[in-house]
Write a protein that binds this ligand. Structure first.
Ligand code: PLP
Length: 455
């Protein structure tokens, strides 16, 4: 804890609070920056220094850090009924209303909604719903789930197993049984020399089909993917990938579960990543922007045939034995209802389209930089991938991530928060959706300065 005041809040933080996914040895020299306030797209540290938050926290604060209407909605609900559960033949009005509202919004016919508290929990629950439904339908062998390398679906045992990131598996004896992984559709990084995008698509879709046939179609239940991979580096699969993939999945009666935890609620410019990518999902998970992250909430959308199988299963094989104290929490649901009302009333879609055009123009301009290998962008999410030389796409990673160095520098010198993500070596941008055109310019101006200073 060199250089840190012994009783500062940062010192007390690391003395008592366990932070996940952090190098705890390094943390001793680099205690956390304490964030104590927020306004619009800015956050403030304990000294009052503002930082431009280009990552929306964890891709989640869609309405920024000071939306009074969300605060009011939470306060009002707390006063009316701070808590009641949705178990034991009881329910609460905000949960019922939110389920009705989401059912009308998701691209799933006659959808039914299940509520949880985090993206991890929703994806974990998906595994249990899929397994239960196949048991109830009398096909107990249909349990395997295919996910993708470099995808991220959460941190619980099931959702971390779906994730395709080795750090989430290696020291935890994961993945659990019945979870398989296929190649990441990141053409720039994983395309073979001389391979066209169309050939790449055919190779990856062929890999999925070969895996289904090798495992036996009767044993494969689902394919899980983020329409646009978020934490894995804003990976946008090439044209044709999802159409061909879905044709294969349909052939073998394998459902598509879309993880919309980052993509959902206009991040890609469309309401859903599935819509942006032309996916017909069977089931969907969503979280983060559903409440603009002001309260914890996630949801799982299920088609009516899932619900019907569960209803019949209740008497035929036994009830779906899964529930949670906070499922459908009234305060979270009240905030989500207000978030969705604001999205419509303020026409956030049109706003994202307008600022998204400037966002795209500004981020693509980095493509000419000598250390930039690839730039990927859709809606208000984008990534810049760094290489030591453009021709060979050589990554910095073996000698130390450039993206992480740049991220640290941008935060310290330019007071700009960006994410450093895998998928090669990339900096990712996912600002609050309420960002203005002037703020988009300021964000990339600060980033350009940081890049100049580091190179
Ligand atoms: N799915 C995706 C696509 C995510 O990006 C994340 C988190 O970043 C999760 C699931 C897990 O969500 P949570 O961190 O709320 O558990």
């Amino acid at each position: 804890m060199d250089g840190m005041i012994e009783n500062s809040i940062a010192a007390r933080d690391i003395r008592y609070l366990v932070h996940g996914s952090v190098d705890l040895a390094r943390q001793r020299q680099n205690p956390p920056t304490m964030i104590n306030g927020g306004k619009g797209i800015f956050i403030f540290d304990e000294n009052g220094t503002p930082y431009l938050e280009a990552a929306a926290g964890m891709w989640c604060t869609a309405l920024g850090f000071s939306e009074e209407e969300l605060i009011e909605a939470a306060t009002e609900q707390m006063r009316k009924l701070p808590y009641y559960h949705t178990l034991a033949y009881k329910s609460v009005t905000p949960a019922a209303e939110l389920a009705e509202k989401l059912a009308a919004l998701v691209p799933i016919e006659n959808a039914h909604l299940y509520f949880a508290l985090s993206g991890s929990e929703a994806n974990d629950a998906f595994i249990k719903f899929a397994w239960y439904v196949n048991n109830a339908l009398g096909r107990p062998e249909k349990k395997k789930i295919i996910a993708r390398k470099n995808g991220y679906h959460g941190a619980t045992l099931g959702s971390a197993s779906l994730s395709g990131i080795s750090a989430n598996h290696k020291l935890f004896d994961l993945p659990i049984a019945n979870i398989l992984h296929v190649s990441d559709p990141h053409y720039y990084r994983n395309g073979l020399p001389g391979e066209s995008e169309a050939e790449f698509v055919d190779r990856l879709v062929g890999e999925v089909e070969a895996l289904i046939l090798a495992e036996g179609p009767d044993t494969v239940a689902a394919f899980v993917a983020e329409p646009v991979t978020g934490a894995g580096g804003v990976v946008i699969p090439p044209a044709g990938y999802y159409t061909k993939l879905q044709a294969v999945l349909d052939r073998y009666d394998v459902i598509f579960h879309a993880d919309e935890v980052i993509n959902g609620f206009l991040r890609t410019g469309k309401m859903w990543g599935s819509e942006a990518m032309g996916i017909r999902p069977t089931t969907m998970s969503m979280a983060k922007a559903i409440t603009s992250a002001y309260m914890p909430l996630s949801a799982l959308a299920l088609p009516s045939w899932f619900y019907d199988a569960m209803e019949r299963g209740s008497t035929e094989v036994g009830v779906f034995g899964h529930a949670a104290t906070y499922a459908g929490h009234p305060v979270s649901c009240a905030v989500a209802l207000k978030m969705l009302e604001i999205v419509e009333r303020r026409n956030l879609k049109a706003h994202v389209e307008t600022v998204g055009a400037r966002f795209k123009e500004r981020i693509l301009a980095f493509k000419d930089h000598p250390l930039v290998g690839d730039v990927r962008v859709i809606g208000l999410m984008g990534a810049i991938e760094f290489v030591t030389d453009k021709a060979n796409k050589t990554s910095f990673v073996p000698t130390g991530s450039f993206a992480k160095r740049l991220r640290d520098h941008a935060e310290e010198r330019q007071k700009l928060i960006v994410r450093a993500v895998p998928a090669g070596d990339s900096c990712a941008f996912s600002p609050p959706l309420v960002i203005t055109i002037e703020e988009v310019d300021e964000m990339f101006d600060r980033f350009a300065k940081a890049l100049d200073e580091v190179t």
